[in-house]
Design a protein around this ligand. Structure first.
Ligand SMILES: [Zn+2]
Length: 664
């Protein structure tokens, strides 16, 4: 095992853009080696600086870790750990305690800095490659070698680290056994890439590899679970994917015809178009499609069909998330487990989302259907990512590239200039794409829509052009505000309000988070930590209540005016945030059926797929969900997912949640 150099620099990337760097210098002392690390990136104008000092022995045993600074735009860290013999003295923010050391322990404080992860890998290699390593201040990580990637003349060893952030993180070493790249997620849940300086050009390749291999880890695990009692969807389905012999041949997702013919019997089927509930229903599924729908006794189950019993349960179309950011492969099983079978990805690294979609559709991954919206930002320090258009010509070229790669929509981000917004919309429409997005800085909602934007993400852009009261609430009987509602309706603009995100940002951090997310305790620990601290301090939180209340009121008023409202989450609690979004619509005054429509047939309509999916009817894609209880009476029941069917394949949410690292 080669030594590390005494100093090195890594480039930090978000949305494939180099936004900062991390450097370390090693000091050799009598007691050990001390790595002094400076880590800093600037995310959309906000600096995120972090300093750390890691002490280790010549044999990679940890001595101390001190770390202080920011881990994202919204979160800080201030920890120190010192090891004396078999005891670790730990300080996390203001609390201090000590812990006896178990045999295999290392000091790590999350995803950053990469230097600490580099030394964690060295520790693992030099201590007999244990199955797991406990880490201080808290947690356990698992490390394993996952293979190698051939990149030009180099063979890069690929490792998987799990437990440090949500799910699996991928890491590569290059020539001389040196850390070359880490693809991880930051404390906002966004992908963050840490890349050795001289290899930066390999990043697109490695992003693609991270997507593919991140997904393949699940298919391997599921292959292991297959044949056991993995399914749990009833006595009748004994394997995870159904019994087709080619189920796991590596092509199951693409070869719809290979799915097992399945009959769902006994549940109450909801037609989300008419709102009619059919009790004791039979749904026949074959070849990935719904073949027939009828009543028990009238529609017979043909021979050879596997029966899924749904007595006492409700059968709904698979749900949609119209504001996803597929930042890591774990979103795939997390979405399916929550009954979400289609998502619109509202902006991602080009190579990453392309490879994630390819893996799912090609049967080498697990996840929902993905509709890709390609992100474009403008020039300037507040911009996001590397896809930037400063001129109409650049915009046209980018729109064409997205179109060539199967994107169905363009997502405009906050720094695009008004003439470029127009150029994007014109070219997108010429090519048959639609346009969604933020209203860029310096533009109004009306200007964005007049420039051709078909859809707007986040209710805030409607709120911002309304007349506001002193306490920041809005009066919707006011004539200016009435005019805004009329304008949005007249232009057929589609809105995904993302109420869940606003609830999260404005929540009082002292409030009980399980009221908002009853499954909170089942989330992987790194996610619990991430969400626990999100929100407002108790003294300021009350001031934001009128904004949140107004966001709900505006959503309902738009809906009543006839504006298409589609459920979008902008991430949040993976998978479950769709249920939360629907609960907030009901809170705003939607009926449960109307809320469910906003996550089924309405998104299918606005994405022009309503002849293909979005309801349970003959000829439609077999994307559906079976839930315990009656979500039409009680929207919270939509969380009780018992079985998910996507493309005619039957999934057990318990198994899916296991893949995504969720507890029970
Ligand atoms: Zn977003």
């Amino acid at each position: 095992m080669a030594q590390n150099p005494d100093s090195a620099t890594f480039l930090l990337h978000k949305f494939a853009q180099n936004i900062g760097k991390e450097s370390y210098i090693v000091h050799h002392t009598d007691s050990g080696l001390f790595y002094d690390v400076t880590f800093k990136f600037t995310d959309r104008g906000t600096p995120v600086p972090l300093k750390a000092r890691l002490g280790i022995t010549a044999k990679y045993d940890p001595l101390s870790l001190w770390i202080k600074g920011n881990t994202s735009r919204f979160s800080t860290i201030n920890d120190s750990i010192v090891i004396h013999g078999r005891t670790a003295s730990i300080r996390v923010d203001d609390s201090t305690y000590s812990r006896d050391l178990s045999k295999q322990s290392f000091l790590v404080a999350g995803y950053a800095p990469g230097t600490v992860q580099m030394m964690l890998l060295k520790y693992w290699e030099s201590h007999g490659k244990p199955d797991s390593i406990s880490i201080l201040p808290s947690g356990t990580v698992r490390i394993r070698k996952d293979g190698a990637d051939e990149v030009g003349p180099m063979l890069l060893d690929r490792y998987v680290i799990s437990g440090l952030v949500w799910g699996n993180e991928l890491l590569w070493t290059g020539p001389g056994d040196q850390l070359l790249c880490i693809i991880t997620n930051d404390a906002e849940g966004d992908k963050l890439e840490i890349m050795q300086e001289q290899y930066e050009s390999l990043l697109p390749r490695l992003l693609r590899s991270a997507a593919m291999h991140g997904m393949q880890l699940f298919t391997k695990e599921m292959a292991g679970a297959r044949g056991g009692k993995a399914s749990g969807v009833g006595q009748d389905v004994s394997s995870f994917f159904g019994k087709g012999p080619s189920s796991l041949s590596g092509k199951y997702g693409a070869s719809l015809g290979k799915a097992q013919p399945t009959a769902i019997v006994g549940g109450t089927l909801i037609d989300v178009v008419s709102g009619v509930a059919m009790k004791d229903a039979v749904v026949l599924i074959d070849g990935g499609l719904i073949k027939a729908v009828g009543k028990a006794g009238e529609l017979a189950v043909p021979a050879g069909y596997t029966v899924v019993h749904a007595e006492g349960k409700t059968i709904l179309p698979g749900l949609w998330d119209m504001h996803a950011h597929f930042e890591q492969a774990e979103w795939g099983p997390a979405y399916l487990a929550a009954g979400v079978t289609t998502v619109r990805d509202c902006g991602n690294e080009f190579e990453y989302i392309d490879a994630i979609q390819g893996a799912i559709d090609g049967g080498k991954g697990v996840g929902p259907h993905i509709l890709k919206a390609g992100i474009i930002d403008g020039p300037g320090p507040m911009g996001l990512g590397i896809v930037r258009a400063s001129t109409a010509e650049e915009a046209v070229a980018i729109v064409r590239k997205y179109k060539e790669h199967g994107f169905v929509q363009i997502k405009i981000y906050s720094s695009v200039t008004p003439p470029v917004v127009k150029a994007i919309c014109d070219e997108a429409h010429r090519l048959g794409l639609t346009v969604t997005g933020h209203i860029p800085e310096g533009m109004t909602l009306q200007q964005g829509v007049d420039s051709g934007m078909d859809m707007i993400n986040h209710i805030q852009y409607v709120y911002q052009v309304m007349k506001r009261n002193k306490d920041r609430s809005v009066d919707l009987t006011d004539s200016t505000n009435q005019e805004v509602l009329r304008f949005v309706k007249a232009h057929g603009t589609v809105i995904d309000p993302t109420l869940g995100v606003f609830e999260m940002i404005f929540r009082n951090t002292k409030d009980d988070i399980t009221q908002m997310e009853p499954a909170y305790q089942t989330l992987p620990l790194p996610l619990q930590a991430l969400f626990r601290n999100m929100g407002m301090a108790p003294d300021v939180a009350p001031r934001y209540k009128p904004i949140m209340a107004s966001a709900e009121k505006i959503t309902k008023a738009l809906f009543d005016a006839g504006v298409p409202i589609v459920a979008g989450t902008d991430m949040g609690f993976p998978g479950y945030s769709v249920a939360r979004e629907l609960e907030l619509y009901v809170d705003a005054g939607f009926t449960p059926l109307e809320a469910i429509q906003s996550a089924t047939i309405v998104p299918a309509q606005v994405m022009k797929l309503d002849k293909v999916t979005g309801r349970i009817a003959p000829g439609f894609r077999a994307d559906l969900v079976i839930v315990e209880g009656d979500p039409l009476a009680r929207i919270r029941d939509i969380r009780n997912v018992r079985t998910v069917v996507k493309d005619g394949r039957v999934y057990d949410p318990v198994v899916l949640h296991g893949l995504a690292g969720f507890g029970k």
